[in-house]
Write a protein that binds this ligand. Structure first.
Ligand SMILES: NC(=O)c1ccc[n+]([C@@H]2O[C@H](COP(=O)([O-])OP(=O)(O)OC[C@H]3O[C@@H](n4cnc5c(N)ncnc54)[C@H](OP(=O)(O)O)[C@@H]3O)[C@@H](O)[C@H]2O)c1
Length: 339
């Protein structure tokens, strides 16, 4: 059985989902000849590590701690120091699950560079490091003979990016999709409950669907980041900053009602047209004949137009445990290279 030593940096929704997935799916991993040993877990205030591997009972104890709560455990360090973590645990795989930051890409950008420079493979669900330096990070990984996996960064709960990556010989003309789950849920709420978008956003915050500061989703940064990653995977990179963004906030109740009367629905549609070189995250009134009309609530969907025809992908956009499964599949893919 090949042993892979893993450190998990970021212990929020996805980090906790990943620990559960690795615990509950260990027999499936074993069937593939892989034993994943978690040697360190980090949140923003502290870290727990054990060179011989954290036992299931210790990982379950961590899951009982509140957010930022690792430091409450007796064995925890009350600070974060990746250098120390690496010196003590010598990980094979670094899992980066810190929050996205579209101003600097940090802390994910430095963490991933550090991991690759230390000789660890990387699996990340954090988009912002790739938005800031896709080329640099992928080249760094390649030059060191390491793998950088990021399948969960787009349509987090599905393997969409792996399928797209497989389509290397197609010439892609355009990409058009619903890529941000929170916006899609907010717009679905506005249509169903006949309320202003601002009210729907407030409701989504109360329901725990939207963040307290929902601007990353509502103002289109998250969707633009996903377009940037998709375009890099296709091999025709677009610059994040060049992508036009329109916020959902301006949509009035009158416009929502008009759309319903016309049998249409408002959607946050992200698109790149390689023929006109236009990339944007916009509000579009779509009709039932449009595949994206049927992508509702927590679902994401993308239409890829190529020289061999159009392809439609649809799947759940995220969720802690669902996204964690995608990350765990990336970890397994890395581990299988070593078996
Ligand atoms: N949730 C989803 O469905 C989903 C889907 C696809 C992709 N993603 C991406 O996956 C990443 C994680 O998402 P999430 O929902 O798990 O986020 P989250 O719940 O906000 O968790 C983020 C974690 O990162 C920790 N953290 C923050 N700064 C840190 C630092 N400097 N060093 C170490 N740890 C730090 C936080 O610590 P504290 O606990 O101390 O705050 C927290 O444990 C994000 O980049 C997100 O965009 C999420």
């Amino acid at each position: 059985m090949a042993e892979q030593r893993v450190v998990i940096v970021g212990f929020g929704n996805v980090g906790r989902g990943l620990v559960k997935t690795l615990l509950f799916k260990s027999s499936k991993l074993a069937k593939h000849g892989v034993n994943i040993v978690v040697v360190g877990v980090v949140d923003s205030k502290g870290m727990v590590y054990k060179p011989e591997g954290l036992r299931p009972v210790e990982l379950l104890k961590m899951l009982e701690t509140p957010r930022s709560g690792l430091r409450s455990l007796e064995v925890a360090k009350q600070y974060v120091d990746l250098k120390e973590l690496y010196e003590k645990t010598k990980p094979d795989i670094h899992v980066e699950l810190t929050p996205a930051n579209y101003e600097t890409g940090e802390p994910g950008l430095s963490n991933i560079r550090f991991a690759l420079n230390e000789g660890a493979h990387v699996a990340t669900a954090n988009k912002s490091p790739l938005v800031f330096d896709f080329k640099g990070l992928t080249e760094l990984a390649r030059s060191r003979g390491l793998v950088l996996k990021y399948t969960a960064t787009v349509m987090g709960a599905s393997s969409f990016l792996s399928l797209l990556d497989h389509m290397k010989l197609q010439d892609v003309y355009s990409v058009r999709g619903i890529l941000n789950t929170t916006s899609n849920i907010v717009l679905s709420l506005a249509h169903e409950k006949l309320v202003e978008v601002e009210r729907a956003v407030e409701e989504a915050i109360v329901l725990g669907i939207a963040e307290r500061d929902p601007s990353i989703d509502i103002d289109g940064y998250d969707a633009a980041a996903k377009l940037t990653i998709i375009s890099n995977v296709i091999g025709k990179p677009v610059d994040f900053k060049s992508i036009e963004r329109v916020s959902l906030r301006g949509l009035s109740l009158r416009e929502v009602v008009m759309a319903i009367k016309e049998g249409k629905a408002w959607k946050q549609v992200s698109s790149i047209d390689y023929r006109s070189q236009k990339a944007r995250v916009a509000l579009e009134k779509v009709e039932p004949g449009d595949l994206l009309y049927h992508v509702r609530g927590a679902m994401n969907g993308v239409v890829i137009e190529t020289d061999t025809g159009s392809y439609f992908f649809m799947g759940k956009g995220g969720g802690g445990v669902e996204t964690a499964h995608t990350v765990a599949n990336d970890i397994l893919a890395i581990a299988l290279r070593e078996v």
